[in-house]
Design a protein around this ligand. Structure first.
Ligand SMILES: [Zn+2]
Ligand SMILES: [Zn+2]
Length: 161
């Protein structure tokens, strides 16, 4: 069992919320994965362990996990959210997201983080955390000749003429 389960239990108790085996099972799935899990992913992982946990419980639990600060919520533009625990092997990392196949690549750049912090300070801002998502086309999709998706209207320069 993940040591983070202890933290989650403590958070539930502090919030006066019931500590249930279902909630712990949902948390355990997220804590033992290094990926970006959707509610569907969590559901099928739970089914694999033989646990019977309804979607409503999963939604409610991930919401609590996000509020506790143990889990981060991502919206990679797929129409649903993905969840990732914040104490993985790569604590501060950014995401490259393929707009075609939704493949997600994680990368770390201490130089860039320093640059972002510096930039925040020039605006008189004390940065606490940040989120960076770069959307584009992954190498596989480019090799298959996929064209960048239509991003809709851009700045209507012709109106300014
Ligand atoms: Zn792709
Ligand atoms: Zn990630």
């Amino acid at each position: 069992m993940s040591p983070y389960i202890q933290l989650f239990r403590r958070y539930l108790r502090e919030q006066g919320l019931p500590v249930t085996p279902q909630r712990e099972a949902v948390a355990q799935v997220i804590f033992s994965s290094s990926g970006h899990l959707s509610v569907e992913d969590i559901e099928s992982a739970l089914r694999g362990t033989g646990a019977r946990t309804g979607k409503a419980t999963i939604y409610r639990t991930v919401e609590i996990l996000v509020r506790s600060g143990l889990v981060e919520e991502h919206d990679f533009g797929e129409g649903f959210k993905r969840y990732e625990h914040l104490f993985g092997q790569t604590p501060v990392h950014e995401h490259l997201i393929c707009a075609n196949c939704h493949h997600v690549v994680e990368f770390q750049s201490p130089e860039m983080v320093r640059g972002l912090e510096q930039m925040a300070r020039t605006h008189g801002f004390v940065p606490i955390r940040h989120r960076l998502e770069i959307y584009g086309l992954c190498g596989t999709c480019q090799a298959q000749g996929v064209l960048p998706p239509d991003e809709g209207l851009t700045c209507p320069v012709e109106l300014l003429a």
